[in-house]
Design a protein around this ligand. Structure first.
Ligand SMILES: C[S@@+](CC[C@H](N)C(=O)[O-])C[C@H]1O[C@@H](n2cnc3c(N)ncnc32)[C@H](O)[C@@H]1O
Length: 452
């Protein structure tokens, strides 16, 4: 392990003209689902140029998905598919960095119709601001298949000078202690430009798929916790952990050296000097971590290597497809080993959150089931009440459901009482991308290690 060098605390000067969000994204398909997208010059944003540079999905992977997901998701697959194949419909969250001054960024976001995903500590009152209202529907290109109903419930800026934070009914029961986490989302597929790295200065925000916040919320990190992020690069969830609380210690583990460099750079760009002693980057194989550091952590996140559905659909060249599909069949074994290792690393009474960004049952529910079979000390916890219900305004969740012995996803929003046992429901929840709620895919499950 080595100490992470971080740059001195600093803030970036916000120039309003440079922060105009853009309605389309063409730079999709980066390696991680939390990829930070590159800023483009304004003249590159015209619709024609974006369309010209659009990538086509890989037909072989899409065929594979059609076969697997029509079985696993049933009728839901059609609407999920329409989002996955249409990057122009994808939404982006803006996670603010609490270690910088973000007042100006907030103003710009609010003036553009962004709103906070989670209840905030303080409501912000602004003088008269005219929002950019994107009327009609969220169809953003002629390729776009996702159409939104006219629903302005997310836009809180229609009247001048009023309190902006209005939480919908469903959010009021949110019990998560993560009020310092500030993520702004927009009902339409707008995205902010990313901030370039500037030595000695911290970035003010991070662009991400808002579903990536959920595994961190489920981890319930408190000040003073010892936390392990077992599969950490490029660092989106590590950053999110540091936005939620100030752990006594955060170990960010990543065995791949290139990805570890990216992780270190992310941490340097977002964390101030004062956090240096709390964050370390380590380079171990996560499968052996638990043996070496048994019972050392209060909270462990396993954001496992997985067949990232979004990026797999677009990134591989045809000749790599077969290799990818073979890799896909090997992933569950690795994922089981990582989750077992995480359970060894956590102390009795502590929690492990397992997450992936695929909808594949074999990499999600089946992994959790396999681990529970031979780890009697692990107890699954219900995330439906805690996360899915409070946040159902923004995300489309599916609980687990058993079909002829195999746990899969239900085809309704509610847990199917009488069909799915409460044990099945505790195996995890899945965020499915849907038109106008394009967040996900993201699976999350929380296991608590029983006290001896
Ligand atoms: C889904 S990505 C993690 C994304 C990251 N948590 C974030 O939010 O930015 C999975 C990571 O696991 C790493 N990985 C692969 N094999 C691993 C192993 N045996 N032990 C630990 N990490 C591994 C990959 O290199 C990859 O960076």
């Amino acid at each position: 392990m080595f100490q992470l060098p971080v740059y001195a605390r600093g803030t970036l000067c916000v120039r309003f003209g440079k922060l105009t969000p853009r309605p389309l994204c063409s730079s999709y398909g980066e390696a991680g689902h939390d990829a930070v997208f590159k800023a483009k010059k304004p003249q590159q944003d015209s619709m024609s140029q974006v369309n010209r540079r659009s990538k086509k999905e890989c037909q072989l992977i899409l065929d594979h998905f059609d076969q697997q997901y029509s079985e696993e998701l049933g009728d839901l697959w059609a609407s999920v598919r329409s989002v996955l194949v249409d990057p122009h419909s994808w939404q982006y969250g803006v996670l603010l960095n609490r270690f910088t001054v973000v007042t100006d960024i907030k103003r710009v976001l609010l003036s553009q119709g962004f709103s906070t995903l989670l209840p905030q500590k303080e409501a912000l009152t602004l003088p008269s601001v005219v929002p950019t209202v994107f009327n009609a529907d969220c169809q953003t290109s002629k390729n776009s298949q996702a159409k939104c109903p006219k629903d302005d419930s997310h836009l809180h800026l229609q009247n001048s000078s009023h309190t902006l934070i209005q939480q919908p009914e469903s959010e009021r029961c949110l019990t998560l202690p993560s009020l310092s986490l500030q993520c702004y989302i927009h009902p339409y597929p707008l995205r902010f430009p990313s901030q370039a790295h500037r030595p000695g200065q911290l970035k003010q925000y991070y662009l991400l798929n808002a579903a990536s916040l959920l595994p961190v919320l489920a981890l319930q990190v408190r000040n003073g916790d010892k936390v392990l992020d077992l599969c950490s690069a490029p660092g989106g969830k590590a950053l999110t952990i540091m936005q939620c609380a100030t752990p006594a210690f955060l170990c960010c583990n990543e065995p791949d050296s290139h990805r570890r460099d990216r992780l270190a750079k992310t941490l340097e760009s977002f964390l101030p000097h004062s956090m240096r002693s709390r964050v370390v980057v380590s380079a171990q194989d996560g499968r052996c971590f638990g043996q070496r550091e048994e019972g050392n952590y209060d909270k462990v996140l396993v954001d496992a290597p997985c067949s990232n559905d979004r990026s797999w659909l677009f990134s591989p060249a045809d000749q790599q497809v077969e290799q990818r599909l073979k890799q896909r069949s090997r992933l569950p074994r690795l994922q089981v080993q990582l989750l077992r290792s995480a359970l060894s690393a956590v102390r009795p009474g502590g929690v492990v959150v397992y997450s992936t960004c695929t909808m594949s049952t074999a990499e999600n529910f089946a992994v959790v089931e396999a681990v529970l079979r031979d780890c009697p000390e692990a107890e699954p916890e219900d995330l439906w009440e805690e996360i899915a219900l409070p946040l159902s305004t923004y995300f489309t969740f599916r609980p687990a459901h058993r079909v002829s012995g195999l746990v899969t996803h239900t085809q309704s929003l509610q847990p199917l009482c009488g069909h799915a046992s409460s044990f099945d429901q505790k195996l995890g929840i899945l965020v499915l991308p849907q038109p106008c709620k394009t967040w996900g895919p993201m699976f999350l499950s929380r296991l608590r290690k029983r006290k001896k």
